[in-house]
Every structure is written in C-alpha cells, then in structure tokens.
Design a protein around this ligand. Sequence first.
Ligand code: BDP
Length: 603
Amino acid sequence: MLYPIATDSRVVLDLSGIWNFMLEDDNQEVDVNQPLPTTDSMAVPASFNDQSVASEVRRHTGYVWYEKEFTVAKALRNERLVLRFGSATHEAWVYLNGELLVHHKGGFTPFEAEMNDLLTEGTNRLTVRLSNILDYTTLPVGNYTEKKDEDGNLVRNVDENFDFFNYAGLHRPVRIYSTPFDRIEDIVIVPEVDLDNKKADVKFSVKTGGEFDEVRVTILDEDGKEVAQAAGQETSATIDNVNLWQPLDAYLYTAKVEGIKNGETVDVYNEPFGVRKVEVKEGKFLFNGEPFYFKGFGKHEDTFVRGRGLDEAYNVLDLNLMKDMGANSLRTSHYPYSEEMMRLCDREGIVVIDETPAVGLMASFNFDLSMLEKGAVDDGTWDKMDTTEAHEQVIRELIDRDKNHASVVMWSIANEPASYSKGAYEYFKPLFDLARELDPQNRPLTFVNIMLAKPKADLCADLVDVIALNRYYGWYVNTGDLDEGEKGTREELLEWQEKYPEKPMMYTEYGADTVAGMHSMYHEPFSEEYQEDYYRMNSKVFDEIPNFIGEQLWNFADFQTKFGIMRVQGNKKGIFTRAREPKRVVRYLSERWNSIPHLGYKK
Ligand code: BDP
C-alpha cells in the first residue's frame, strides 16, 4: 500500500485536529444518520485515554465514537478520492454521511477506501466507531471478560496479556488523497546488488488501476539527477557506481513512477528506496557483505498525553538520542510503528527489525517451570488461542506496507510466544512460510524468544534465521545477584551457539527497572547504579560469544503499562525516563556503543 503523498497528479488533505468524541453507551443506540450527540473534543492523531480527566474515559473498555465534518473543494471532486487511516486501534467502522464506507480490524496497520460515491457537495460528516476490545482472536492478545454491575449495565474488561497500556483511538493521521482514475496503485522495488562491481539491478513491479499506454520508471539520485530509466509494469534498471544504503549512512534513491496516456503523464508517484544487501550466513548477519552488529533498542510508541498517537517531534528526538549514543537499530516492539517513523528510519539510516503485533500468545505462567527443562510441555496456549487469522492478516498487511523500506532488514513474527508449548511449531510454521512467500526482498525472519524457552525447551528456533532472545538474568531471575546472572547468561548463550552454530543470535531485550534518581552503594535493584552494573555484566559476556551479533536493550524509555504490583506508573526499564531524561547508564552505553563499529565488530 502506497503512503499518501502530494505529487503533480495528487493532492493530500489532512483531517488531523479536533474531532467530536464520546464513549458508547450500551443503553443508547447511535443513529449514524444524525450528528453524534456530543461536543466533547478529542485531538487526532492521539490516544483518547490521556486527553481526558475522567477515569471512565481513560480506562474505558468497549466502543467509542469520533466524528468530524469536512469539505472537499469542487476542483477536486472529479478526481478519485480515497479516505485513508494510518491506523485505528483496534477495530473501526467508518461511516461517511451515515453510510458504512469501510471496516477494518487490527490497530496498527493502515486501511483506505474510495469515497467518491458517498461524497456530497458542502459539508460531509465522517463518523468512526472504534473498539478497543482485545481477546483470544486478536493481536495483541487480551483476556476479555464481561459482567453486569448492580444496575444491570454491562461492564467489559480487557486484562492486557502484555506489558504495555492498551492505548486506543485514532493514533495516526486520517487523510484524504486524490488520484486520477487511471492511477498507480502499488510499486514493488527489489534491488539486487552486485557488491564487487558496485552495481545494482533494480526490479520494479507496478500495479495500476484504470488504463495507461505506458508505465515509466525513472530513478533519481539524492540530487534529483536521473540515473536510469525503464519502461513497463514489470521492468528493471541498472544503477552503476551505486551509492549503498548503509547503517547510519543512508542513501535514498527515488523511483519516479509515471502512468502515461496519449503522451501525457496522467499519474505520478515518487517512492524512496535504498540499495543494500542483507544476508544471514555462517553465524553472521551480513550488511552489504560485512558483519553487522546491532546496537540499540526495543521501544514503544508511548509519550505523555498523546499515548500511542503519532508524535513526530518525539520520533526525531528519539532517533537523535540513539545516534548520539552510537546506536544503529531498533525493533518495533510490539507492533508495527507509524509509516512516518519507518520513513524517518530510512532517511536516518536506522536499521529496523519490523515486528507484528503478535504479543501475548501465552496461556499463563501457571505451570510447573521445571517441566521446561525436560521439554514436551503443554500449557494449553495453542488450544486456547484463536489468532491464526489475525496473524496471517497482519503479516500480509505489514509486508505489504513496509516491503520497500531500506531500513527494514528482518521481520519479527511474534514477541515471546509460548514457543515451548506443544503445538507451537505447528502454529508458526505456516506463518513463517507465508512471510517468506510474501516478502519480495526475502528478508531474514525471526520471532522473539522468551526466557522460559531455553534451547532444550524451545520448539521453534528451527524456523528462524536469527535467534532473538529476551533475557533477564540479574533481574527477573538472580535478582540483585549479577555474579549468578553472569553465569546464567554465559551458560545459555554457549548452549544456543552449540546447538545452532550457523545461526547468529542477539538480545532483543535485556534490562532492569530503574527509578530515576534512586542511588545506592550496595548494588540495589532499582537504583541507577544497579542498572549500569547490570549492563556492564551483560556486555562482558556478549563480547565473549562469536555468534552474538547484537544487543537491543529494554527499554529505550520508561513507558505506561496497566496497573500491577510490579509497575509504578508503568515500566521503569527505560535508560531514559518517559520525558527522555538520561539515567546514569546512558553515559556507559554511549561510550561502549560509540567504540563499537556498526560493521566488522565480530569478524
Ligand atoms: C518482556 C516483554 C516486554 C516487557 C518486558 C518487561 O517482551 O514487553 O515489558 O519483558 O518485563 O517479557 O519489562
């Protein structure tokens, strides 16, 4: 799916701003033919939760309504007009002037619909009903319950089966864009790099709607100079003396794609792309032929007031903080991030592990952990979960959306599923096959392995190209005992390496909750000193293991979670506070990462 941009043939209108908002009342039916009976204000894009002072809004589970009026200038109404949501969390029913225009389930991927037939002159009314319900059919997974209160009203509850607040709302821009009726619908770009000869053969596949006499592709360099041209919907062009897209040294070409009729350009679209080659080979992750070392973060889309809503200023700051520390990468834990962030990573040279929202795929922790050492555990997860359909859908939508991004070097199919439990392999095998079939660039695949699923217990590592581990030695186990934590870390990493000598491995999470401003002489958990000691211990072991190709810590910043006795105003594993103030460990990590080259650290 193409990102909406303005070109010589396209206009983009932004519906961001103040919308009307209300919670749905189960006892009062909403008539979509009438304006919503509310004048409460809600800003878009943003989560609704933290914009209100009422706790029933912040904690509302169920349905909410948004509405906005808009007008489309006459001059545009003869064009094809598409209404597009960057995301709507988690399920949306969209009405235009009282008619259902589009429905979409899944809170982190875009969707759109042609709106010409329902559009009127003058004022149009756009109404959106949203659900934030998560259950065993959705991703993420929620434990959903309903009960009646004393007055007989239905009370819904989602107990998040994951460790972040269930923010919801119109999180990303809502836009209208125009195209001619004969239009470019999609572009697939596959650069094949010949590193020895500094050349790239770039394949293009252009999907169109309507009719053109000719489709033309022109490749422009960063100065806007033409470097190659090709014609046809399935075509290719060669770039000589190619500028590679390298970590922290991004080079973006633009594919200018034109649909031509009677000698005139009817539609034009500009898609940025980078030329780079990633491969997994002999225990290494090769980036343009050289071993890459991931340094960076798992994070969240999480800011004050906006919640999970798009905030481009925070995105820019976050990447600047990362670059300043010598980091080069992030994982979009635990859901697809905004398209704006993906484009920013392309431009800044930040390497991305792109993750689906498959988090919470675990029945419960209530089983005998010692069983895991023996293998063959069944905790019931894969009978309980009914997420296959949602999982397939989101793999399709994510790859469709992000397939051309140079920054994306690997897909993460899930975070911390019960990969030790009977049925896990059978659940994941078809999903990995699907992702391999869909990705035109054949990127490596992984899923993020939970600490319970050590080499003897895990059933799914055969499916991955890179072993991605979330480990908390010295925090959730060996709490406060970094000597034991170090032993556990070393022992397990060596075990993985021995079992899968060909597969590189990395940490996608490790961290310790740390209260900013808390200090201690005595290695006390939660102190800033302990966080630093914890990271120093881990670094030492990482450097001993040849196939260990990256460290992405948990978490970039403190973030909001549900209530729980382990969380005080959320998760405090950030190395920055939620306000992006550094904790003590930032200095140590900056020194370490600035001294580790992005390429060629582990030969
Ligand atoms: C891991 C999860 C992550 C949590 C983290 C933690 O992947 O979402 O926030 O642990 O406990 O299990 O801090």
